[in-house]
Structures are given as C-alpha cells and as structure tokens.
Design a protein around this ligand. Structure first.
Ligand code: 5RP
Length: 265
C-alpha cells in the first residue's frame, strides 16, 4: 500500500484498530433533516469525540470551520432525492480535483444492490476506486437500502459488503443485523463499520447493537441519527466512544450515558 493511502487510513482508523465516524451527510437526499438544519451547530459539541466526520462538499465549505482538527470523509455520490422517483439513481457528484482541494481523508459512496440501479451504482464505485487509488484516497462504500429497511438481513448485507470490497472499497459501511452479523463481517476482506439507521426508541438499544457489532468483528461505527437526533447527543457519542475505544460493555456505556446526562450535558 502506498504511503498516502496508509497515512489517510491511519487518520480514520485509530491505533487500536477502531473507528467512530460521525456522518452528517443526510441532507444530500433528505434536505434539511431534523437536527441537521444547521449542521455546523449540530456537530460543534460532538466533533471532539468523533474520529472523522462524513459530509458533502456543500456542508463542509459552508458550515465547517476549515481549522477543524478531524479527518473528513467526503460523500461523493448523489443525484436523487426523497421526493424523486428512485433513491438508488445516483452518480458520482464530486471531482477528484475537488476531493484533493478539500483535503479529504477518504470519500464515501452508496451502492444499491438488488435495485434497478445496481449496475449503475456498482460501476460508480469501480470508477471512483480507479480515480481515487491514483491519489491514495480510500473509498468507503455505503451499502444502502433506500426505503427498504427490511432488506437488512445477514445474507443481503453480506452480499453487498463482499461485492463492495471486491470492487476495491477500502472500508465498507453497512447495517447491523441481529442474526449472523459475524457472517457479514467475516465474508468481507476489508474493515466494516456499522450505520445506525433511523433513530431507535431507547439509547440502550443503540449501545447494545454497537457493542454486539464490535464483538462480531466490526471495527466501529458510522452513526448519525442515533447520536445527533437524540435528546442527549453528547452523552450518546461519549458512551458509544467508550464502547469502541475503551472496551465498555453496553451496560457500562449506559451507566456512563446516565451519569453524563445527570451531570447535565
Ligand atoms: C446517509 C448515510 C449515513 O451516513 C449513514 O446512513 C449513517 O447515518 P445513520 O446512522 O443516521 O443511518 O450514508 O446516506
């Protein structure tokens, strides 16, 4: 592996082999998502606890202080919206010049396997890998399910993660599933991070799936709504960080969460 690629990956994946990515890219197809109306304000208290932030160039340029001391994962696929015909109809939306100009440590792009746009999004990924590898920029593939959340089974996610890795992704982001998540990770030859999905009702549920996902081989999370859409985002991210980087159990993380909330965020 080239020095530049190694260097960028080492900024994302910490020396313990783990990672906590904080995504705020949801507006690229959802518009002003709840609690991301002013993304710069949303992340201000959270950024110190994240290993990297994931976002589009528009939010990066307009809402984030360039003096930020965190690596950037630039979302570079898009072209569809929640009110359009098909969320899967994505293309590459950012040039390599822009990726370098914005000093991105990695880029991310969605693939929609099993959708009408499977071929197109897989071609996008392969093309992006070809472009970014020349510059030592790692590509994180996002195994997207669009509105079909029921697709989140080990069989489907395992298929998606493996294909993403075969096409050259350096990291794969996927969903956690309760049954056989280890099979998803074991079938994927590159590191896997877990997305949170829509906000769940209890914070303990999040701590449980993050903890279990890590036990089953994930290296960390790329988790947004279940942090910044919650009532206590700082407590949430700190507790998740403790699971990832300090080997807390879900129960210990929940105790930490309650303690931080009690002390007032
Ligand atoms: C949105 C994304 C998000 O980055 C990803 O889904 C993680 O966020 P969340 O935890 O809110 O699901 O790729 O397109």
């Amino acid at each position: 592996m080239e020095w530049g690629m190694k260097n960028r990956l080492s900024k994302l994946i910490q020396s313990d082999g783990k990672a906590l990515f904080l995504p705020i890219d949801h507006g690229y197809f959802q518009g002003p998502t709840t609690k991301l109306e002013r993304p710069g304000e949303t992340i201000k208290p959270l950024v110190e606890y994240a290993d990297a932030i994931m976002l589009t160039r528009g939010v990066l340029r307009n809402c984030v202080d360039p003096k930020i001391n965190k690596p950037i994962i630039l979302r570079v696929s898009g072209g569809a919206s929640v009110v359009g015909e098909d969320l899967a109809n994505e293309t590459i939306i950012t040039s390599i010049n822009e990726i370098i100009r914005l000093n991105a440590s990695a880029v991310s792009m969605s693939i929609f396997i099993g959708s009408n746009y499977e071929h197109q999004t897989l071609k996008n990924l392969a093309k992006l890998v070809d472009i970014c590898e020349d510059y030592g920029v790692p590509v994180m593939a996002v195994t997207a399910v669009g509105r079909e959340l029921e697709k989140r089974t080990a069989r489907y996610l395992g298929l998606c993660c493996r294909i993403a890795a075969e096409l050259g992704a350096r990291v794969v982001k996927t969903y956690y599933c309760e049954e056989d998540f280890a099979k998803v990770v074991n079938g994927c030859p590159v590191p896997v991070v877990i997305a949170g999905g829509p906000k769940v009702t209890s914070q303990f549920e999040v701590f449980n799936f993050v903890y279990d996902g890590l036990q089953q081989g994930a290296i960390g999370v790329n988790l947004g709504r279940n942090i910044w859409q919650t009532q206590n985002p700082v407590a949430a991210i700190r507790a998740i960080r403790a699971i990832i980087h300090e080997n807390y159990t879900a129960k210990e993380a929940n105790e930490l969460f309650n303690k931080i909330v009690a002390e007032k965020e």
